[in-house]
Design a protein around this ligand. Structure first.
Ligand SMILES: Nc1nc2c(ncn2[C@@H]2O[C@H](COP(=O)(O)OP(=O)(O)OP(=O)(O)O)[C@@H](O)[C@H]2O)c(=O)[nH]1
Ligand SMILES: [Mg+2]
Length: 364
């Protein structure tokens, strides 16, 4: 049916095919319009439709709200570019030591710059007299500026009610770290509830459920953000620990609730919310930014560096701290529950990155 010859009845209630017909959007000067009894109404309808089409085009052209993942990536790229512009020259002793410890990219140039700054501040004009040992000391001091530390959720759980969530890539040790934290809370006589959101990996929920049983902790499973919200609303344990799947967090995923504003500061029992982004100690610089992007929707509050026992050059500490700008709160170095977990400290991190051997570190 040609929409220009619709009956009066159809004009007052236009059929969908008429609304979307190409003729409706034609400019007025393209063709002369036949003037009949309904032509004024049709013209008016067309004007309205053109207005709506224009508004729709404008809305599509208008830049949408920049997603958090993109902002995170942009800020990492910006920092990388500015650090690379200030990259240390090859042959620089600090840069050689940094390379020997497997530290790359922006984290490497930031450390070199910080070491150089502390160098100038501590001994102006005596560059050649510096020993290898003091060069290591400067790198250790630089670590403290690059890698901030925060109290571990383990400590925070002693101070008050806490909600601790563990997020991060597959297989990094989220569930094991959840179990370690739960065991420590139980040893401190706190009531604990474990919540598994990992409906993706076969057996993942059973794995956490088994830990809950062993520790006499309550156990819940959540397969949607609504279910998770309901569990968090109803659970009154001193410490709630939420374990998640290792998949990148998409909008609408169960884990996306962790980043929701209503969870922050609105907890009925005034729980402190800690979202630990778990990354392995061997994380490469190139992957650190992607990991941050994949989990930024959960609004991580600190890093947990896992599997420190599996590498002699745990450069992932520096790469993750640089890419995410998050402090490190937790260190894990082994599979034993609950033993192999520790609160992060500036000294422990410096020991991992630049062991205080009295000599410049070498590649192992
Ligand atoms: N060496 C070492 N192994 C660890 C550490 N933490 C966890 N693991 C081991 O790493 C493997 C994976 O640990 P999980 O806790 O299941 O890892 P996950 O992140 O929950 O894995 P997904 O649920 O599949 O995403 C297990 O064999 C753990 O025992 C650690 O600090 N050091
Ligand atoms: Mg797991």
């Amino acid at each position: 049916m040609n929409p220009r010859y619709v009956s009066r009845e159809n004009v007052s209630k236009p059929k969908p095919e008429a609304l979307f017909a190409a003729e409706v959007y034609r400019d007025e000067d393209e063709q002369p319009e036949p003037r009949d009894a309904t032509s004024d109404e049709i013209a008016q309808l067309r004007t309205e439709l053109r207005g709506e089409a224009r508004a729709l085009r404008l809305a599509l052209a208008r830049p949408a709200k920049v997603p958090a993942e993109l902002l995170a990536e942009l800020s990492t790229l910006r920092a990388e570019v500015s650090e690379l512009l200030a990259a240390p020259k090859r042959g620089d002793a600090a840069a050689a030591a940094i390379r020997a410890r497997g530290i790359e990219g922006g984290a490497a140039s930031t450390l070199a710059r910080l070491a150089k700054e502390s160098d100038k501040a501590s001994a102006p004009g005596k560059a050649k007299a510096r020993s290898a040992a003091s060069s290591n000391d400067r790198l250790r001091a630089a670590c403290a500026s690059l890698v901030r530390v925060a109290p571990s959720p383990q400590t925070l759980a002693h101070e008050g009610r806490t909600l601790i969530a563990l997020v991060g890539p597959a297989g990094v040790g989220k569930t094991t770290t959840a179990a370690k934290l739960a065991a420590h809370a139980r040893m401190a006589r706190k009531t604990v509830a474990l919540v598994s959101c990992d409906a993706f990996r076969v057996g993942a929920m059973d794995q956490l459920g088994k830990y809950a049983e062993l520790m006499d902790a309550r156990f819940h499973t959540a397969t949607s953000s609504d279910e998770l919200a309901e569990i968090l609303r109803g659970e009154d344990a001193d410490v709630i620990i939420v374990d998640t799947s290792g998949r990148a967090v998409e909008p609408g995923a169960t884990e996306a609730l962790l980043g929701a504003a209503e969870l922050r500061g609105a907890d009925r029992l005034g729980r402190r919310v800690e979202v630990l982004l778990c990354v392995p100690a061997s994380l490469r610089a190139a992957d650190a930014a992607r990991v941050h992007r994949d989990f930024v929707a959960t609004k991580p509050t600190a890093l947990a560096i896992t599997k420190l026992d599996e590498t002699d050059a745990p450069a992932g500490i520096a790469h993750a701290a640089f890419a995410t700008r998050l402090p490190v709160s937790t260190l894990t170095a082994g599979q034993r529950v609950p033993e192999d977990i520790a609160e992060a400290s500036a000294e422990a991190i410096a020991d991992y990155l630049f062991p205080a051997s009295g000599e410049a570190p070498t590649s192992r």
